[in-house]
Every structure is written in structure tokens, then in C-alpha cells.
Ligand binder design. Sequence first.
Ligand code: HEC
Length: 125
Amino acid sequence: MKLIVAFASLATVALASSAQAAGAGNAAAGKDIFSRTCQNCHSTEIGVNKVGPTLWNIVGRKVASIPDYNYSPAMKAETGTWTAQMLDSYLADPRGDKHGVKMFFKGLPGAQDRANVIAYLNTLK
Ligand code: HEC
């Protein structure tokens, strides 16, 4: 019971701080989410591809622009540049979004989680 109460107050703190950061995203929290949910498939180093392409410098990078990575035809057909907004809709539903066919990942349903991850991705420069 004590544990539940402790957890509940922790959750309240987390909610309060995410409300403060809403929209901006918290890079430290995003790094945490990244290591739990993205890192298996993505490195953050230049030139290191895993199952997915490296995400170094992804914010502002042209879509499907890593030359030695074999993108899906749908991703290759994209001509834009990754903005925070595009990343947000991709990560919300990678398989449903027009880009996503090869990324076998269910996505991040929480808007604040996505904002945090995108804030972290923005530090990879
Ligand atoms: C199960 C493996 C897997 C997981 C987990 C995963 N990805 Fe991916 N990701 C891929 C693959 C594969 C592609 C290439 C998609 C394609 O070509 O259609 C990709 C592509 C991408 C791209 C486009 C890259 C480019 O060069 O245009 C971004 C951005 C991205 N992932 C972000 C993320 C983020 C952020 C997470 C975690 C929240 C994540 N991915 C989780 C496998 C994964």
C-alpha cells in the first residue's frame, strides 16, 4: 500500500513536471525513453546503422538520406526533411503513417513521450 501511495505521488510529480514542459519536451526524459524503446534498432552515432538507420542529426535531416542504409520504397519516396512535427506524427504511429512500413515498432502513443524523445533527438548534432 505504501508503495502504491509512493508511486501515485511520483506519478503526480511526473505529471506536474510534464505539464510544465508540455510542448517543449524534456531531453533527459527523452534520452531515457530512447534507450528503452529506440536504441535496439537505432544508434545515435555518425555512420552506425543497426536494424534502422543512425539517428545522428535526424532533426533537420533529409528523409531517407543515409546512403548506405536500405530504406523501404515508401520511405525512399519521401522528399521532405524531418521536422519536429513530422517526427511527432511518424512516432505516434510508424506503421500507419505514410513513411512507415519497415520500422516494426508500434510507436509512442503519449504526446509528452514523443515531445521528450524529439527534444533528445534535437541534441544529436
Ligand atoms: C524494431 C526496430 C525499430 C524501433 C524499435 C524503432 N525504429 Fe525507427 N526505424 C527502423 C527502421 C527499420 C527504419 C527504416 C524505415 C523505412 O525504411 O521504412 C526506421 C526509420 C526511422 C526514422 C527515419 C530515418 C531516416 O533516415 O529518414 C526515424 C526518424 C526513426 N526511425 C525514429 C525512431 C525513434 C525515435 C524510435 C523510438 C521511439 C524508433 N525509431 C524505434 C526500426 C526501428
